[in-house]
Design a protein around this ligand. Structure first.
Ligand SMILES: CC(=O)[C@@H](O)[C@H](O)COP(=O)(O)O
Length: 260
C-alpha cells in the first residue's frame, strides 16, 4: 500500500478525517471520540472558547500531540468580523490557521460567498492559512484559489442536516478543477457519505454532528475513520467504469464457446 499523505500549507496529515467539537454530550466524550477517530485536525468555534482562560475546559480536553487545532469564525456575519476573529484566534491559540465561516443566515447557515471571498483575500495577505467553508460553487472555488487559500471546503448539505452529498454534481466539478485540496464539509451524516466523497476524489472530509450526536460517538468516530480510509483506498485503486448494459462477469471463454 502506498503512503498517502495529505499536505496543506506547512502540515502533513495521515488522517483525511477532520472533525469538529460541537454538540458532544460532554468534553470527555468529545475527546474520546476524536482520539478514537484518529483525526489530526479539529475545528473549534471561537465563540465557544474562553480565550482569556488558558485552562478553558474544551481546550484542555483537546491537548494531544495527535490534534492540531483549527479555530473557526462561526458566528461572524461579515468579512470585517471574520478578520477580527481570526486575529484574536491567532494571538490566543498561537496558530495562523483559520477555518473561515461567514454565515449570516441562522436558518440554513449557508455561507455568504461575497464576504467570504473578501475576508479570504485579506486573511491571506495577513499571513493566515485560510480554509474557507463555502457552498459547492466551482466558480467561487477558483476565485478563492486565485486569492491564495490553501484549500476549499464546499458543503455537502447544510450544517447539522446529516443529509449527505446533496451537492454531488458540483462537488465533482470542484474536485475535477481544483489545484488545492478539496475538503467536503458539512451535512455528512453517515460513514457511507464520507466514503462516497472520498471515492469521488475529495482530499478529506470534515464531520462533526454525525459523530457528536450519535448514541456512541467513539464507535461512530471509528466508523468514520474506516469509511474515509476505505473511500480513499478505492479512489487510489480506481473504480471500475459504470456501463449502461450488462456485461457477464464470467466471459464466454471455455466450454460454452465450444458448444456454439
Ligand atoms: C464544526 C464545523 O466546522 C461545522 O460548521 C462543520 O461544517 C461540520 O458540519 P456538520 O456538523 O454537518 O458535520
Amino acid at each position: 500500500m502506498t503512503t498517502d499523505i495529505l499536505n496543506i500549507a506547512d502540515k502533513t496529515f495521515k488522517s483525511r478525517l477532520f472533525t469538529g467539537t460541537g454538540k458532544f454530550s460532554s468534553s470527555d466524550k468529545m475527546r474520546e471520540a476524536i482520539i478514537a477517530s484518529e483525526s489530526e485536525l479539529v475545528t473549534v468555534a471561537l465563540k465557544r472558547v474562553d480565550l482569556e482562560n488558558e485552562s478553558d475546559d474544551m481546550l484542555a480536553h483537546l491537548k494531544s500531540n495527535q490534534i492540531n487545532l483549527l479555530p473557526n469564525t462561526s458566528g461572524v456575519r461579515t468579512a470585517k468580523e471574520a478578520v477580527f476573529a481570526a486575529e484574536l484566534a491567532r494571538e490566543a491559540l498561537q496558530t495562523n490557521w483559520v477555518k473561515l465561516e461567514i454565515h449570516p443566515d441562522p436558518r440554513y447557515l449557508l455561507p455568504d460567498p461575497i464576504e467570504t471571498l473578501k475576508a479570504a483575500e485579506e486573511l491571506v495577505k495577513l499571513g493566515f492559512v485560510v480554509m474557507p467553508y463555502i457552498h459547492a460553487d466551482p466558480v467561487l472555488c477558483k476565485r478563492l484559489e486565485e486569492v491564495g487559500v490553501q484549500c476549499v471546503m464546499p458543503l455537502g448539505a447544510p450544517i447539522g442536516s446529516n443529509k449527505g452529498l446533496k451537492t454531488l454534481e458540483f462537488l465533482e466539478i470542484i474536485i475535477e478543477q481544483s489545484n488545492v485540496p478539496v475538503i467536503v464539509d458539512a451535512g455528512i451524516g453517515a460513514p457511507s457519505h464520507a466514503a462516497y466523497a472520498m471515492e469521488l476524489g475529495a482530499d478529506a472530509v470534515l464531520v462533526n454532528t454525525a459523530i457528536a450526536v450519535s448514541q456512541n460517538p467513539v464507535e461512530m468516530g471509528i466508523a468514520f475513520k474506516m469509511a474515509v480510509e476505505a473511500g480513499r483506498m478505492a479512489y487510489n485503486a480506481k473504480l471500475a467504469p459504470i456501463k449502461k448494459h450488462a456485461e457477464a462477469s464470467s466471459p464466454l471463454t471455455s466450454f460454452l464457446n465450444d458448444l456454439n
